[in-house]
Write a protein of this length. Structure first.
Lengths: 264, 160
């Protein structure tokens, strides 16, 4: 009966959605500003970013959130949109690059110095991002944390925020189009991608087999459906990252001097 | 001499790229037809051990990587005019047959990740599965022999 507090929390329920839309509007203003200054910008980037915003918006729409709260299948779809698909499309929108082109020079320089810092290098390293992302999922579903989050709205929001940031970081470390000093090479990122897919596939089947998370109020069928959603949609979103990564490799080889391109 | 080296490395690169694509495509066919359309394979069956699940996950990751990486390697070779079609097809069939045989022997019988179909007498299914694998491998070997003969002719022509 705890869900009848809608009157009090009605406004609060809209906050995640409003924040998301605000980010989308700021990005759109950036695009308009570039148009006014006659600076070239790939419209696909804007479309991708707005698609990412749309996915987040869907998942954070109050009715969707309510469904996610009552049904683990809803939770899983929300998780896929917030933590995997949404961030991938946001990253492809290259918001930092857009920022560099529109923000004052001094601000851009500050952002660059953050990007060049050692702390940022460690945090944004594909291995760190993998740990935060997949490691976070193992912790959420294999410990009582998930059941805990059902009764604590703050924990619930915090977990969403974690998966959004970790998902963004991971996608960025693999296929980020933004400038990144010292980004690990293609092979390294491919190996990380390989382990991400394997860990995700293993965890979802393990959850299906053992009816995890334990002690949740959901039926066995619901849990197994959710694990299947996680497996197949997870695959889909990792396939996008794989395509992006291989495309970057293909593009880079195309831009090498022809001597290096020759088969040897 | 340079041309001689080049054509052989084009051959092996084309074979590898085709092979990766073959492995990935066969795995994709397995996933779509037997898992999704026919629903003969189970997503998980109760006999699968944790080691089985772990190897299933690793194998699945390898399939996806092979499919996408193979596709882009073929594109890259084509761009360099270094794609030998026969060699790539040979690799493709060897990869597809090799995966099918691996799936039929190691996954179905050794690791017992899943069976082809859940019926009383599985033997005819296992035989059909592995015979199909051997046929694909045989096609791959025949094309490879043709590709090697072409290679020999070309390299001799280049030396003269």
């Amino acid at each position: 009966m705890e869900h009848h507090h809608t009157d009090i929390f009605a406004l609060a329920d809209w906050i995640p959605l409003l924040l998301t839309l605000t980010v989308g509007i700021i990005y759109s203003f950036g695009h308009i500003r570039l148009l006014q200054k006659h600076i070239r910008w790939n419209a696909w980037r804007t479309l991708s970013f707005l698609a990412g915003i749309l996915m987040l918006g869907m998942a954070l729409y109050p009715d969707f959130m309510l469904w996610a709260h009552h049904d683990i299948r809803g939770h899983m779809m929300q998780h896929i949109l917030v933590g995997m698909l949404g961030p991938t499309f946001l990253v492809l929108g290259a918001p930092l690059t857009l920022g560099f082109k529109t923000l004052p020079k001094a601000t851009s320089r500050k952002i660059t110095s953050v990007l060049k810092s050692n702390i940022f290098y460690v945090v944004s390293h594909p291995l760190t991002a993998l740990m935060l992302n997949i490691g976070g999922m193992f912790v959420l579903y294999l410990t009582p944390l998930y059941v805990e989050s059902l009764s604590s709205p703050y924990l619930h929001h915090l977990i969403h925020l974690h998966f959004l940031l970790a998902g963004y970081l991971f996608a960025w470390s693999i296929i980020g189009p933004d400038p990144a000093p010292r980004r690990p090479d293609f092979q390294y990122r491919m190996i990380i991608m390989f382990f991400a897919i394997a860990a995700h596939a293993f965890l979802s089947k393990y959850m299906y087999a053992n009816l995890l998370p334990l002690n949740s109020p959901f039926s066995n069928e619901q849990i197994q459906e959710a694990a299947k959603l996680m497996y197949y949609w997870g695959d889909f979103s990792e396939l996008i990252l794989l395509f992006g990564l291989c495309y970057l490799w293909y593009k880079k080889r195309g831009s090498l001097p022809s001597g290096k391109m020759a088969v040897h | 001499m340079q041309a001689h080296l080049d054509i052989y490395s084009k051959h092996s690169k084309s074979m590898w790229a085709g092979g990766l694509a073959g492995v990935g495509l066969m795995a994709g066919v397995d996933e779509i037809i037997f898992h999704q359309v026919l629903a003969w394979h189970h997503f998980y069956d109760l006999s699968t051990t944790e080691i089985g699940l772990l190897s299933d996950g690793l194998l699945h990751a390898a399939e996806l990587v092979a499919l996408v990486a193979g596709f882009f390697m073929l594109l890259d070779l084509k761009r360099q005019h270094a794609l030998l079609k026969k060699s790539a097809w040979a690799g493709f069939f060897l990869g597809a047959g090799g995966f099918q045989l691996f799936d039929g022997i190691v996954n179905h019988k050794v690791l017992r990740i899943h069976q082809i179909r859940y019926v009383e007498n599985i033997l005819p299914y296992d035989i059909a599965w592995n015979v199909a694998a051997v046929l694909l491998l045989a096609i791959g070997l025949i094309i490879m022999r043709h590709a090697k003969r072409d290679l020999h002719i070309k390299s001799v022509a280049n030396q003269n």
